[in-house]
Design a protein around this ligand. Structure first.
Ligand SMILES: [Zn+2]
Length: 304
């Protein structure tokens, strides 16, 4: 299987989840072996930042990357779409310090990538294979992994809330199956939102870009997109959080109640334990372009 990039430039703009301000995103085609490379607008022009597990710093509300004073927030849904739809090489220009939150899911990014199109490149795609099993746990949350020629995640959540409860879903990731989780929105609890805002976070959070629950139920008038939207979103986050590695990770993952923080701890653990072996794998995923172009996209594209 060959590497891919996007066929043409695509852009969108929207609100930043943390700042509440208008932020912008431009995706540009990139050469083979570039990977996903962020370019962040600063007073001195654009500066580059490549995602790595060690660059992940803020994992409470969303995943941010920070290195040498450069930072970009809320990267996980974009990274999930790029990895889920099989984009290896892309330049990502970000203005305003954050990737726009859009509707709180990855569907608008999938729509943006459909607009950009995918192009096969000449060099073979490279992957990380696990060289052995791994396990990471903390406070009742855990991630177990074993070598596998693909990316398969079995995710269980158990929230003590009548509207969520216990949800479990298994996803064998391909560009087609990614679209089953792409539209699932991020979620939070009304009490937490008030506390986050008091600390100057989540200023852009609203019922337009998150599912919000109070003690009695869901505050969003439109209801859920899927009965199990919560676990679908957790899988989406997991795909995005694993995509801060320089190459696509393969493996079979059993995940219980994890979140951004433990996801990152797991990555650092397998990386420092020397469990990641780079390989030109035969065919863990199906080619993406046709699937991306045909995909039904139920969510409005980016504004602007
Ligand atoms: Zn998320």
């Amino acid at each position: 299987m060959q590497q891919t990039t996007i066929e043409r430039q695509a852009r969108c703009a929207g609100i930043g989840l943390h700042s509440g301000k208008e932020v912008g995103l431009v995706l540009r085609p990139a050469a083979e072996d570039t990977g996903i490379l962020f370019h962040l607008e600063t007073a001195a022009g654009f500066r580059s930042l490549a995602p790595t597990p060690e660059a992940v710093v803020a994992t409470g509300l969303a995943t941010s990357l920070c290195r040498d004073g450069l930072a970009v927030g809320t990267v996980e849904h974009l990274l999930a779409a790029l990895r889920g739809l099989g984009v290896d090489n892309v330049h990502v220009d970000v203005s305003g310090g954050e990737v726009p939150i859009l509707d709180g899911s990855a569907a608008p990014f999938a729509a943006l990538l459909a607009e950009a199109g995918l192009r096969l490149q000449k060099k073979p795609r490279r992957f990380y294979r696990l060289s052995g099993p791994a396990h990471c746990s903390r406070g009742g949350k855990s991630i177990s992994a074993e070598p596998y020629a693909g990316f398969r995640v079995d995710y269980l959540i158990d929230f003590p809330h009548p509207f969520i409860g216990r949800q479990r879903l298994t996803l064998e990731l391909t560009p087609a199956t990614f679209l089953r989780v792409a539209g699932a929105r991020t979620f939070g609890f009304a009490g937490d939102v008030a506390a986050l805002r008091a600390s100057g976070l989540a200023l852009g959070g609203s019922l337009d870009n998150a599912l919000v629950l109070d003690d009695r139920g869901l505050l969003n008038a439109g209801g859920l997109r899927f009965p199990d939207e919560f676990v679908r979103h957790k899988i989406l986050d997991f795909i995005g959080d694993m995509a801060v590695l320089p190459l696509p990770l393969t493996g079979r993952f059993t995940v219980i109640c994890s979140g951004h923080s433990l996801n990152n701890e797991f990555l650092r653990q397998i990386s420092s334990a020397g469990l990641l072996a780079a390989t030109d794998s035969s065919r863990p995923f199906q080619p993406a372009p046709a699937l991306v172009r045909r995909a039904p996209l139920p969510v409005p594209a980016c504004a602007g």
